[in-house]
Design a protein around this ligand. Structure first.
Ligand code: MN
Length: 232
C-alpha cells in the first residue's frame, strides 16, 4: 500500500459466523419507521414511506458470538435509547434495483442495535437540523456476527426482541416490516449506488426506551442467536 502522511484508519469489518474470514464494511444505512407500531409511538399518523439515514462505518461495534460487547455511554445525552434491528449485508450492489435484484444482492444477516441519543435527535427534528449527533456517534451501531444467507434463508419472518437486564422491552416479528428487506434495499438504491460491503439497518419494532450505565442488553432475532452488549 502507498505510504500515508497519518496512520491509516482501521477498516471496519464484521465477524462471519463459522469462519475466521471477515466481512469488510463500506457504508451503514438505516431505515426509519419500518414497523407500524414503532412509527405510531414516534408520532407518525397513517402509512408513511420509510426514509433513510446513515451512520459512519466506524460506528460499528462488532461483538463476537458468545461474548458481551462493551459500549461506552456516549457524552452529551441524558436519554440513550435502544432500537433492536435486523441488519442486512450486501455482497453486491447497483442502482435502481428491482426487489428481485435487491434480494440477489444479499450476502447475509446480523442482529444490530441502532443506538440513539433520543434527546439530541428530538432537538434536531424540532429545529429541522441533521440527525448525525443523535444517530451517528462512536459505538452507535453494535452488531453481532454475520450469518450467510445460504444458512439463514431470506429472513422474511421470525421473532425480534430486546431485553434489558433480563426484562423484555421490545418484541415484534420480521413479518411486520412495512417495507420488506428486499423492498427497502430496492428503494435505497434509487438514492445511492449500493456496493459490496454496504449494511442496512431495517428498522425497529415498538418499545424503544432508555438505557443507563451498567445495563445488560440482549438483542435476539430468531435464527441469528443473541447479541449481548453492556453499557459502560
Ligand atoms: Mn432505527
Amino acid at each position: 500500500m502507498d505510504e500515508t502522511v497519518i496512520p491509516r484508519p482501521v477498516a471496519p469489518s464484521l465477524v462471519v459466523q463459522g469462519t475466521s474470514a471477515r466481512f469488510p464494511v463500506r457504508r451503514v444505512y438505516c431505515v426509519g419507521r419500518n414497523y407500524a407500531d414503532h412509527a405510531r409511538e414516534m408520532g407518525a399518523t397513517g402509512r408513511e414511506r420509510p426514509f433513510f439515514f446513515a451512520k459512519p462505518a466506524d460506528a460499528v461495534l462488532n461483538v463476537a458470538d458468545g461474548t458481551e460487547g462493551l459500549m461506552a455511554y456516549p457524552p452529551v445525552t441524558q436519554n440513550l435509547h435502544h432500537e433492536v434491528e435486523l441488519v442486512v449485508a450486501l455482497g453486491s450492489g447497483g442502482h435502481d434495483l428491482s426487489a428481485e435484484q435487491a434480494a440477489a444482492c444479499i450476502w447475509g444477516f446480523a442482529i444490530g442495535l441502532d443506538m440513539t441519543r433520543r434527546d439530541l435527535q428530538s432537538e434536531a427534528k424540532k429545529a429541522g437540523r441533521p440527525w448525525e449527533t443523535g444517530k451517528a456517534f462512536d459505538h452507535s451501531a453494535p452488531i453481532g456476527p454475520l450469518h450467510p444467507v445460504q444458512q439463514t434463508g431470506p429472513m422474511t419472518s421470525g421473532t425480534i426482541e430486546l431485553l434489558v437486564n433480563g426484562q423484555p422491552r421490545q418484541a415484534g416479528n420480521l413479518s411486520d416490516m412495512i417495507w420488506s428487506v428486499s423492498e427497502a434495499i430496492a428503494d435505497l438504491s434509487t438514492f445511492f449506488t449500493l456496493q459490496p460491503g454496504d449494511l442496512l439497518f431495517t428498522g425497529t419494532p415498538a418499545g424503544v426506551g432508555p438505557v443507563v450505565r451498567g445495563d445488560h442488553l440482549e438483542a435476539k432475532v430468531q435464527g441469528l442467536g443473541t447479541l449481548k452488549v453492556r453499557i459502560g
